[in-house]
Design a protein around this ligand. Structure first.
Ligand code: CTP
Length: 409
C-alpha cells in the first residue's frame, strides 16, 4: 500500500531546521514528508548545521539542503527567493526561541529566515526548547505576533527535556507534524467551507465496572474519513467510541463510550453540520442493568438481559443541519443479502448514501486496512474494488460533495 498522501503528493515543502537538540527528529519528519510524496527542500540554520549534517537530509529527500544564504541552487536564481517562492508550505521544526524571535521580527540573516520573507506560503512552526524557556513572556509574545500574522503553531509537548528538567518544550512528534502539514496545506481544498460530523469505532455497554458488551470495530474507517475530510479543507468533528487510534490534529475530537453518549453527542453537534457520516459500529443492545460492583461467579448460570439502544441514524432523522437537511451517510456491515439489507437501511434511516460491505469477504471488515464496498443511493448502485480505507474515504467524500452541490443548485 502506498504511503503517499494526496494533499502532500507533489507539493513543495520547505523544512526549516534550527539548532535544537530535537533537530534529529526533523530527519524522521523529512522522511515522512518525502514518503507522502512531498518535494522537501531543507534549510538548516547555523546551529542546526552544528548538530546534524546536510547529508542526513539529502540522503532521504534526494533534494538540495541549504544553509548558506548566498548559495545558488541549480537553476541559478538567488536561492532563498527561488526556494521561498516555490514553497507551498514552510514548516519550521524544530523552531528554537532564537529562530522564533528572528521570524517574529522579520530578520533576514540566513537562508531560512530570508526564504520565509520571500515566501507567501502558510507558515507552520513547531517550537522546541529547554528549561521553561517556552513559557518565557518574550517567546510567547513572539509566537502571538506570528499567530496574528496567520502562522500555525504546533504546541510542544510536556515531558522530559534534554537538560534533565521536566516541562513544556518537547518538539511535537513527527507523526503529529505530518498531520499538521496536511491540515494546513489542505485548508483550501474542495471541502473548504463544509462542516462534517463523523462517527467512528464501536461503543462499549457496561455490564459491571470492569466488563462491557462491545464489538471489534477499530475506528479505522471513521478516522480515515475525518482525516481525509480535514486534508480537503472541511471543518471536522469526530465522535469516536473507545479506539486505540490517537486524536487527529486539526479535527475536533469527542470521545464517548456508550451508544447513548454517542447519540447525545450526535444530536448536539448535528445542527452545526452539513453532513453526518455514521461509520461507527453502534452496539444495538446494552445490558439492562450495569452492576455497581464486579459480578462474582457463583457456579450458577448468569443470564444477562439486553435492552435496545437508540438507533442514532433513525432518531436523528428530523434534525436539521447548518443548511437545512444534512447529507446523511450510513454504513452497512452485512454477512448476507448485502444489497437488499442495505437498500432497506437507505429508506428506513432516511439516508442519501449507504456504504455497504460484505464482512465475509477477505480484506473487508472491522480490523482490516482495506475494504471492498458497494455504494448505494437513490440513484443506483456502485461496486468499488478492494481499496485502502483512506482511498475509500476519499471516494465517499467525493460522493458526499456531489450530493451537497446537487442540493445547492
Ligand atoms: N447505527 C446507528 N445506531 C445504532 C445502530 C447502527 O446509528 N444503534 C448506524 C450505524 O452507524 C451504521 C448504520 O446505522 O451507519 C447501519 O448499522 P447496522 O448495524 O449495519 O444496521 P442496523 O440498523 O443496526 O441493522 P442490523 O444490525 O439489524 O443489520
Amino acid at each position: 500500500m502506498s504511503a503517499r498522501i494526496p494533499v502532500l503528493d507533489g507539493r513543495h515543502v520547505l523544512l526549516g531546521v534550527s539548532g535544537s537538540i530535537a533537530a534529529f527528529k526533523a530527519v524522521a519528519l523529512a522522511s515522512k514528508l518525502t514518503q507522502a510524496g512531498a518535494l522537501v527542500d531543507v534549510a538548516l540554520t547555523r546551529g542546526a548545521a552544528e548538530l546534524i549534517r546536510p547529508l542526513s537530509f539529502q540522503a532521504i529527500t534526494h533534494r538540495p539542503v541549504y544553509s548558506d544564504p548566498f548559495e545558488l541552487p541549480e537553476d541559478s536564481e538567488i536561492g532563498h527567493v527561488t526556494v521561498g517562492r516555490r514553497a507551498e508550505l514552510v514548516l519550521v521544526a524544530p523552531a528554537t526561541a532564537h529562530t522564533i524571535a528572528r521570524l517574529a521580527l522579520g530578520l533576514a540573516d540566513d537562508f531560512l529566515t530570508t526564504s520565509v520573507l520571500a515566501s507567501t506560503a502558510p507558515l507552520l512552526i513547531a517550537p522546541a526548547m529547554d528549561a521553561g524557556m517556552y513559557d518565557h513572556p518574550t517567546v510567547q509574545e513572539h509566537l502571538a505576533r506570528l499567530r496574528a500574522r496567520g502562522a500555525v503553531i504546533v504546541e510542544p509537548a510536556s515531558g522530559h527535556l534534554a537538560s534533565g528538567l521536566e516541562g513544556r518544550g518537547r518538539l511535537a512528534e513527527p507523526e503529529v507534524l505530518l498531520e499538521a502539514a496536511c491540515a494546513v496545506l489542505g485548508r483550501t481544498g474542495d471541502l473548504a467551507g463544509w462542516s462534517l460530523l463523523v462517527t467512528a469505532g464501536g461503543t462499549q455497554e457496561p455490564l459491571d465496572p470492569v466488563r462491557f458488551v462491545g464489538n471489534r470495530s477499530s475506528g479505522k474507517m471513521g478516522f480515515a474519513i475525518a482525516q481525509r475530510a480535514r486534508d480537503r479543507g472541511a471543518q471536522v468533528t469526530l465522535i469516536s467510541g473507545p479506539s486505540a487510534l490517537p486524536d487527529l490534529y486539526g479535527v475536533r475530537m469527542i470521545r464517548v463510550t456508550t451508544a447513548r453518549e454517542m447519540y447525545q453527542a450526535v444530536a448536539a453537534e448535528l445542527p452545526a453540520s452539513d453532513a453526518l457520516l455514521m461509520a461507527a459500529a453502534v452496539a444495538d443492545f446494552r445490558p439492562e442493568h450495569a452492576a455497581e460492583q464486579k459480578i462474582k461467579k457463583s457456579g450458577a448460570e448468569l443470564v444477562i438481559r439486553l435492552v435496545p439502544n437508540p438507533d442514532i441514524l433513525r432518531e436523528t432523522r428530523g434534525i436539521d443541519g447548518r443548511r437545512g437537511r444534512p447529507i446523511r451517510v450510513g454504513f452497512a456491515a452485512e454477512s448476507q443479502d448485502l444489497i437488499a439489507n442495505s437498500r432497506a437501511k437507505l429508506e428506513a434511516k432516511d439516508l442519501d448514501l449507504v456504504v455497504a460491505n460484505d464482512i465475509t469477504q477477505p480484506g473487508s471488515g472491522f480490523e482490516a486496512d482495506t475494504n471492498r464496498a458497494t455504494l448505494l443511493s437513490c440513484d443506483g448502485l456502485e461496486e468499488l474494488p478492494l481499496l485502502p480505507k483512506t482511498v475509500l474515504a476519499d471516494v465517499i467524500l467525493d460522493r458526499v460533495l456531489a450530493l451537497a452541490r446537487a442540493r445547492q443548485r
